[in-house]
Ligand binder design. Structure first.
Ligand code: NAD
Length: 372
């Protein structure tokens, strides 16, 4: 049965429009090869939106995002819009605003070093063998959203022991917040290798003890088939470097996830290769982890692969098209295995004639998809 998927495209700033064009190209090939038709609505976000409308997240963009089946965002920001004036609009307001408005509480970041790029990692190839993990980070609760304050006039708080300042942040989680992110992790594990590491600091933090209780309650009631392992966050930080292949899905709270996902991203060694998905109860949003790379914008040399890997996630999580997602992933791996590189991932072994620009890289992936 034929089907239409509506995608809201947010090309944003810098290299955003260049890498978005490659995503559209590849999705066009997928349309040709399957009975799924992709339809696109393009909207403004970030600096481009500020220039056109005076605000980083126009109402029309939010409406287009809400109406779509999925949102594909490239990158926003750049020196043109950098300002320290708190009254001026900033591109990031668009990004934070759309995440909040769409209620995106789960951030998924796959980490899978590709054999062809193993030299880019700082770890030895034998440590990286078999690494294929998904980090599920809670995105709207925890320390980044709890009550915080700075107090003055606190006795004994000054360096010399006198009256001084004290600041605090609080890590809060509700059962509901924990359960919904745990569900995302268990569901994802069932489509992968069926193992979840739940990462907390339950030996010290009360919020972690509730976390552990709720994760186990959900597991026992609804996901007994999934292997569940509790791990303390300090241990996870060490295990990610010692033996990263042990992980399938890691689920953790906001700040732990922020830190661990950046640590894990370095297993791949390359920023231009990392994709992410942000899921909520409504439309999900997919984006590469890198920024708008203003230093290379408009030159046709940006690496489109993180964007294409974001498309892979979209096919998987929003459209349930796992075969198409697998085909896209293996096309990308195949192109890299054949030695093709954009400038950012080229090394001393790359043949000069195999160093290509954004559009040729997109063509190569599209050609591989057609050939499959
Ligand atoms: P950046 O990720 O844009 O760039 C860092 C370095 O990596 C640059 O040298 C850049 O050329 C390179 N790079 C990044 N993506 C690349 C790609 N696809 N292909 C080839 N090279 C690539 O980070 P930055 O320089 O710190 O930030 C630039 C702008 O992007 C800032 O305005 C920042 O606020 C914004 N930013 C946006 C996002 C987002 O949209 N999610 C994320 C991070 C930064």
């Amino acid at each position: 049965m034929s089907r239409t998927c509506h995608i809201c495209l947010l090309p944003g700033d810098g290299i955003g429009p260049e890498i978005t064009a490659e995503a559209v190209k590849v999705l066009g090939v997928m349309s040709e090869l399957s009975d799924v038709t992709f339809e696109f609505t393009e909207a403004l976000l970030g600096g481009a939106a500020i220039d056109a409308t005076g605000t980083a997240l126009p109402e029309a963009t939010l409406a287009a995002a809400r109406e779509a089946d999925a949102v594909l965002l490239a990158a926003i920001g750049g020196p043109k819009w950098d300002t320290t004036d708190p009254d001026k609009p900033r591109p990031e307001q668009g990004l934070l605003g759309i995440r909040k408005a769409l209620g995106l509480y789960a951030n998924l970041r796959p980490v899978k070093p590709l054999d062809a790029l193993s030299a880019a990692s700082t770890l030895r190839p034998e440590v990286l063998a078999g690494v294929d993990m998904l980090i599920v980070r809670e995105l709207t609760g925890g320390l980044y959203f709890g009550a915080r304050a700075r107090e003055t006039g606190v006795p004994g708080a000054a360096t010399g022991g006198g009256v001084g300042m004290r600041a605090y942040d609080t890590m809060t989680y509700t059962e509901r917040e924990i359960e919904r992110i745990a569900r995302t992790a268990f569901d994802a594990a069932r489509t992968r290798r069926n193992r979840v590491h739940s990462v907390d600091k339950a030996n010290v933090l009360e919020s972690s003890r509730l976390w552990r209780e709720v994760v186990h309650r959900l597991h026992d009631a609804e996901y007994p088939d999934v292997e569940l392992i509790d791990q303390l966050v300090d241990n996870t930080a060490m295990q990610l470097i010692r033996d990263p292949a042990q992980f399938d899905v890691i689920v953790t709270e906001n700040m732990f996830g922020d830190i661990l996902s950046d640590e894990a991203s370095m297993l791949t060694g390359s920023l231009g290769m990392l994709a992410s998905a942000s899921l909520g109860d409504g439309t999900a949003l997919y984006e590469p982890s890198h920024g708008s790379a203003p230093d290379i914008a408009g030159r046709g040399i940006a690496n489109p692969l993180a964007m294409l890997l974001s498309v892979e996630l979209m096919l998987r999580y929003s459209f349930g098209m796992h075969d198409a997602a697998d085909a896209l992933a293996s096309s990308i791996e195949g192109v890299l295995a054949d030695g093709w590189r954009t400038r950012d991932i080229a090394d001393e072994h790359t043949l000069p004639q195999r160093t290509v620009g954004t559009s040729v890289m997109g063509d190569l992936v599209a050609a591989r998809l057609r050939a499959q």
